[in-house]
Design a protein around this ligand. Structure first.
Ligand SMILES: Nc1ncnc2c1ncn2[C@@H]1O[C@H](COP(=O)(O)OP(=O)(O)OP(=O)(O)O)[C@@H](O)[C@H]1O
Length: 132
C-alpha cells in the first residue's frame, strides 16, 4: 500500500496501520540490537524483584518512568544509527561518527541514572531481607 492509498483510509484504519508500523520498528530493534534484549531482560528481572519485595506504589511509578525512559532512548538510538548507516552508505564520515557516538552516549547516561535509581529503590529492601 503506498502513501496515497493510505490517505483514503478512515482515521481508525490509518491509526491501526500506524500501530503496525510502530510494532515493525520494535521488532527491528529487538532483532538487531542486543542491548535492547539486555534492557528488556533487566526490566523483567526488576519487575519480578518488585513483586518479590512488595515495593511501594510510588516505587512502581518511578520504575515505570525509568523503563519508558531507557527503552525510548534505545529506540531513538536505533533509529539514529539506521539513519546514519543509510546516509553514510558505508563511507566513513566524522559527522556520522559524532551522531552515533552522541546517541550511544545518551543511552549510556540514561542507563547509569536508571541504575542509580534502581539501587536507591532496591538496596534498602535487599538490606532488610538479608540483614533485617
Ligand atoms: N559511517 C561512519 N563514519 C564514521 N564513524 C562510524 C561510522 N559508522 C560507525 N562509526 C563509528 O564506529 C562505531 C561503531 O559503529 P557500528 O556501526 O559498528 O556500531 P553501532 O554504533 O552500534 O551501530 P550498529 O548497531 O548499526 O552496528 C560508532 O559508534 C562510530 O564511532
Amino acid at each position: 500500500m503506498d502513501l496515497k492509498d493510505r490517505k483514503d483510509l478512515n482515521p481508525f484504519k490509518r491509526w491501526l496501520l500506524s500501530c503496525g508500523f510502530a510494532l515493525e520498528g520494535l521488532r527491528f530493534t529487538w532483532k538487531g540490537e542486543p542491548n535492547f534484549k539486555i534492557h528488556i531482560s533487566i526490566l523483567i528481572l526488576v519487575t519480578i524483584a518488585g513483586f518479590f519485595f512488595g515495593i511501594a506504589r510510588w516505587e512502581w511509578v518511578t520504575l515505570l518512568i525509568c523503563f519508558a525512559f531507557i527503552l525510548t532512548l534505545e529506540l531513538i538510538n536505533t533509529a539514529l544509527e539506521t539513519l546514519v548507516n543509510w546516509i553514510a552508505d558505508k563511507q566513513w564520515h566524522p559527522l556520522a561518527k559524532i551522531t552515533k557516538d552522541v546517541a550511544a552516549g545518551a543511552v549510556l547516561v540514561g542507563a547509569i541514572i536508571v541504575a542509580g535509581i534502581g539501587l536507591i529503590i532496591f538496596v534498602p529492601y535487599i538490606w532488610q531481607y538479608f540483614l533485617g
